[in-house]
Design a protein around this ligand. Sequence first.
Ligand code: ADP
Length: 221
Amino acid sequence: RRATAKKSFMIIGLGRFGANIAKILANMDADVLAIDIDEESVTKVASFIPHCVVADSTKPNVLKELGASQIDHAVVAIGNNLQASILTVLNLKNFGVKKITVRADEEGHKEVYRMLGATEVIIPEEATALSLANQIMSDSILDYYQLAEDYTMVKISVGEGFEPKSIIDMNVRVLFDVNIVGLIKDGKFAIPKPMDLISPGDVLVVVGTKENYMKFENFLN
Ligand code: ADP
């Protein structure tokens, strides 16, 4: 696996969420092994995902045979079965899997998975709702990616009435405590330089807390 320098993923639980992430990763030409305890779930995805097997991830020897210790990143997408999910995370941890992303069904389970060693815990409906809410809250927030609990990367469009200014003159770090990490002019992305002029119709890629990037968004519109 290492020789190909491809990242290797194990996707466990092929319901809607697991099957989708496995498909997307496989399309990105990643090295994906997808497993589910239920034969029908495996059959459904077999034409999209080259490597998928029927297996019970709660059984350590099963994961071992599947090469769990060689996996770079595992996604546990067994949403409906807390016990199976917990045992799976523990197994992955024991095999030394460095990155373990767990899909949780409820808020209260997040902490449990973290304590067991999950590196990331997500509730899909919550992540989607948050992203949608942010999009519809403001016409100028075009896209949104949660980087950490408090930090977000957002695409902000610059309003028609904005008077052009250079990035250095806007003093963004001091006044808004955000970082401009990308500048998109006429659909072309560039790494921003201090002297670059920000004008109406530009799109900025900004990193900051919600409070800070919303203030900046207000300033740009
Ligand atoms: P979604 O909401 O994404 O559709 P589901 O909760 O329906 O997800 O799907 C979870 C999947 O996890 C099911 O396909 C189920 O068969 C699978 N699963 C449950 N227990 C195990 C296990 N021990 N090992 C592997 N897969 C499992």
